[in-house]
Design a protein. Sequence first.
Length: 612
Amino acid sequence: MRLLQDKAYEHQRTDGSFSFCFENSPMTDAWMVILLKSLGVKDDSFIASLTDRLLRLQHKEGYFELYKDEGRNLSATIEAYYALLLAQVVDQSDERMKRAEAFIVQHGGLEAASSLTKVMLAVTGQMEWPRVYHIPILFALLPPTAPLSFYDFGGYARVHMSPILILSDSRFKLIRRGSPTLTHLHKYRDTTSTQDMRERDFLQAVHEGLKTLVGIPNELVKRARRTLETYMLQRIEPDGTLYSYFSSTFLMIYALLALGYSKRDPIIIKAIQGLKGLRFETKLGIHIQNSPSTVWDTSLLTYALHQSGITQTSSSLVKAVSYIARQQHTRFGDWAKNNQAATPGGFGFSPTNTINPDIDDTTAALRAIQPHLTSSSPLRSAWDRGLRFVLTMQNSDGGWPAFEKDTYKSILTYTPLDGAEAAAIDPSTADLTGRTLHFLGKDANLTLLQPNIQKAVEWLISHQEKDGSWYGRWGICYTYGTWAALTGMKAVGVSHEDDSVQRGLEWLERIQLPDGGWGESCRSDVERSYIPLHHSTISHTCWALEVLLAWNNEMTPAIEKGIKRLIMLVHEPDAWYSYPTGAGLPGDFYIYYHSYNIIWPLLVLSEYRKKA
């Protein structure tokens, strides 16, 4: 326990926050190089540090991967290959590049890449804008009364679609003189053949709405461009990024260029600086985070340290709670469009996020603040505002979303962009619903006697998988969802004899690995079926153990075996120590939270010590 506490304190900054890397795919590193080189930004040492890390991540067979057991990833390989050539750190004749080329061509070429990769290639002149992905820019003008409108999408989708609509409409390309060409990587497959009936249904609904627009076509296009431009500009954070995300900011910069902005425009200059500010020094070199995770890490770790026996009067925790309280949002954001009863009071993922709070960060922050509350504490008003925000954000179906209430029109999942089924909408999820119930039950003392709590539990039960597990959207994956659902149900008073509880507990014990721990592959969220690892991870082992400790009054063989394995994993880090256990987009974006190997063991070992 002391080892974990000491590791945590090594990451605390003078402002009270705990700083860890939010490590995602090589995409952000490659795209940063591509952006700087295509804009002609002179920063050779910074670019060299990024490409050095990319070369370290490349496998000897030439490909790049997103997680250890994936084997290979085409889009990641294309992006890294392109970045390395642009940066001129290796020549095309280099054996490493030759192997990457062979892999790319063998697996379908540029045409087989993901949608976002194709957008990046199109804006930098390496491929034509694919017709199948062209959603009319006039879509931005459709009113809420139309069959579909821009605001029917979730916020994450909107901040990416707004620049993409501008870019695809103008077929924008920024081709820098002397840049290498990737013509040798084309397979010239007819991408229009990939459009299925569901995508056509989506586009037909869009065109039905367009019939209601009145005006001269050219003027309508100009108005749509101004609408999207305003949308982006109003959501730029103080650090210059769009919604605090690397990916949306990257696209925004090119969209502004397409609208006629100069490369030296202050907005673009500040956006680039904001993206540079996302850097984090890792063991392999500088990595560009898609967004810092500081508020999330600090909230979770503050709570874990308190649970491990650090008193709330400890100076480190007092400073951490003060930091967390300062991050509470005070501005209305897009979340208010479907939740007019709420006032600002949520928390975001990072300090650069000031207008896009989410439920998970809000409950984590409030959970960390709770032990420090007194009747006269200035934290009381922050707590009350945050709690009201959480309660008003419950979806009509009973569950909780990540960012925006009641934003789940299923037809939007047919948007002809890869990952739309996960990113286009913001529905209730088992992990968000379970974790919110855990907070409301344990920290706000709400129970099944409250109708909204009963409705949430009913939603969870109705979304349990046949095998007894729950699918978790924001973590990997069924282990994560089952942990969240069962700990949430326990906190609000669901009976141990409940059939859903029993089935969930049986599933968790059934998937315990021979080594004593738990481990699940990132492939689970692609296949939408539980796929085990052959090696346990710290996060999965902790999530399973937290459930078993919560629901069992006695120590069971599964718990004892799991605890022994967890202690070994903590003391003897191996190649699986950095396996991603966070999920962004299935098949495209995964996260290794550096903080998780401290947070979850602290919580589980603390609970085990209390019970044992």
